[in-house]
Ligand binder design. Structure first.
Ligand code: CMC
Length: 479
């Protein structure tokens, strides 16, 4: 009989490489393309002549809120497009920085622009004063999404001039510079095993405006850059603080995904981990007029500033029906425990008329392309660990059960079904998963807010009043 080690050796497959992940994405693309044709829906891809007539269901289902060139979700076919580029191609070939640039500016950057943008985001991840301010709140006991919203607000205090009464009060040139004062930070210098406390390492150039012209306005594209970089640092700070550690500075050799991982775990990520996080950020970056994007746009449409708009997006994303589902999925898989328990669990769940987390979507009535990418990645990442392999096998058994029972109702896995398994395999604590969604989606929120503000009209739908009329006011003492 073979002993445990021999069995493990037999099972061991070589660690996946960055190239093998790309192959896997291109394979998923092939499968997706083979299953659907590729005609856009004319009723959702043409210019709007306002006013329009559309059939609106509860929860504004079917309502057209605006025109947009940022991205397109074809729910009946399962496509996701950012600025004309297919999500499979972006995940196979792009980076989160490049994808963010694409979403914000409407085109892919040149090599020089990409280098400059990537460097700029890395510098903007350096927000020690916001990190220090966060340490004065009970971040470690707060809901991570509440803490993220708090941190985003604190960044705003440092990065815009909206909160000063008069422009005369401004110390021009100190707006962003205020965020680089020296505080002891725990950093791990290159080549050193352990982090050390030290004052400013000097690894980064200051990100402060050189002239009054460069003063960061609250709804300018510069603020979007600050937000895309800063939300990642704030999210990492939350993870770090919850682990009882002091926040880390970003490192110059990593992009945003790698730095996020480093700043959360305190460990330098491998090239594979960095790439997988990059892919995950790319595929969560935009998704049409979802609840959090719409929330950001509603707030921005009042001409409130973009930091507050992004705070609204974070709030909306936190709920279990939206971004919070990825955490619920992992809890659910742990509760099921084993593939052999799936059938019974699913029977009981449907009998209780409960929804299965990580399934269904307002728009997708086909397989979510993001789940097509994250599913195989989670298979690869879990293959060499017995516990994780069991979680993945439980997920697959659940997918089979749900799709065979509810596939006719067009219920398929969504992006949240496999993302938690991927994050867990990379050692990220469960309670941070929804914050990662925000680290990515902030790019889409910014792009859509900036686009909408070009032709802004305050959002103001109406409710159908179904209350009473003619009530007579009775004073409290007589009720
Ligand atoms: N499990 C079982 N049945 C479901 C599910 C599910 N996850 N989702 C929808 N259904 C059924 C639902 O019971 C209803 O059946 P019936 O018509 O017989 O009453 C039908 O499908 C339509 O559902 P709905 O709730 O009216 O659909 P919706 O468009 O209002 O909600 C949703 C979309 C995503 C909120 C919902 O599918 C859901 O709650 N899913 C679980 C939570 C989840 O995974 N959320 C992540 C969404 S993807 C990431 C993101 O964008 O945030």
């Amino acid at each position: 009989m073979k002993d445990k080690t021999e069995k493990a050796k037999e099972r061991h497959i070589p660690a996946p490489s960055v190239e093998s992940i790309r192959d896997l994405i291109l394979e998923a693309k092939k499968k997706a393309y083979a299953e659907t044709d590729h005609e856009p829906e004319p009723e959702l891809t043409s210019a709007v002549e306002w006013p329009i007539t559309c059939t609106v269901g509860p929860g504004l289902e079917g309502a057209i809120a605006c025109e947009s060139k940022v991205g397109y979700v074809n729910g009946s076919k399962g496509w996701l497009i950012y600025r004309g580029y297919d999500i499979f191609d972006l995940c196979a070939y792009s980076t989160f920085e490049e994808t963010s640039y694409l979403l914000l500016h409407g085109r892919l950057p040149s090599q020089a622009e990409l280098t400059e943008f990537t460097t700029s985001l890395r510098e903007r991840m350096f927000i020690p004063q916001t990190q220090r301010l966060m340490l004065s709140f009970p971040v470690e006991t707060m809901n991570p999404m509440s803490a993220l919203r708090l941190g985003t607000n604190l960044m705003r205090q440092k990065q815009t001039y909206r909160d000063t009464d008069t422009e005369a009060d401004l110390k021009v040139g100190e707006i962003l510079a205020t965020d680089d004062d020296s505080i002891p930070m725990e950093t791990r210098p290159p080549g050193k095993k352990n982090p050390v406390f030290e004052f400013l390492t000097g690894l980064f150039k200051r990100v402060h405006p050189a002239s009054e012209d460069a003063l960061v306005g609250s709804d300018e594209i510069e603020s979007c850059y600050n937000l895309i970089a800063g939300v990642a640092s704030v999210a990492a700070t939350i993870g770090r603080t919850r682990a009882g550690r002091i926040p880390l500075e970003p490192l110059p050799e990593y992009g945003l995904a790698g730095n996020y991982l480093y700043m959360v775990t305190g460990r330098r990520p491998t090239a594979l981990e960095e790439r997988i996080m990059d892919i995950s950020l790319i595929l969560h970056a935009d998704h049409g007029m979802n609840a959090s994007t719409f929330a950001s746009m509603v707030v921005a449409s009042t001409l409130s500033d973009i930091y507050l708009a992004i705070g609204a997006g974070i709030s909306a994303l936190s709920g279990p029906l939206h971004g919070g589902a990825n955490v619920e999925v992992v809890k659910m898989l742990a509760e099921i425990g084993d593939p052999s328990n799936v059938k019974k669990w699913f029977r009981e769940t449907t009998a209780a008329k409960k929804k299965v987390m990580g399934f269904g979507h307002r728009v997708y009535k086909a397989y979510d392309p993001r789940a097509r990418i994250l599913g195989p990645i989670s298979a690869l990442l879990t293959e060499n660990d017995e516990t994780r392999r069991k979680t993945y096998a439980t997920a697959v058994a659940l997918e089979d059960a749900v799709v065979s029972e509810l596939g006719a109702k067009k219920i398929f896995p969504n992006v949240d079904f496999y993302s938690g398994i991927v994050y867990s395999a990379m050692g990220i604590p469960q309670e941070l998963y929804t914050t990662i969604f925000a680290v990515s989606r902030v790019a889409g929120w910014c792009a859509r807010v900036v686009e909408y503000l070009e032709n802004n009209r305050i959002f103001r739908p109406r409710a159908m009043y179904t209350g009473t009329f003619d009530e007579t006011y009775v004073p409290p003492s007589e009720r």
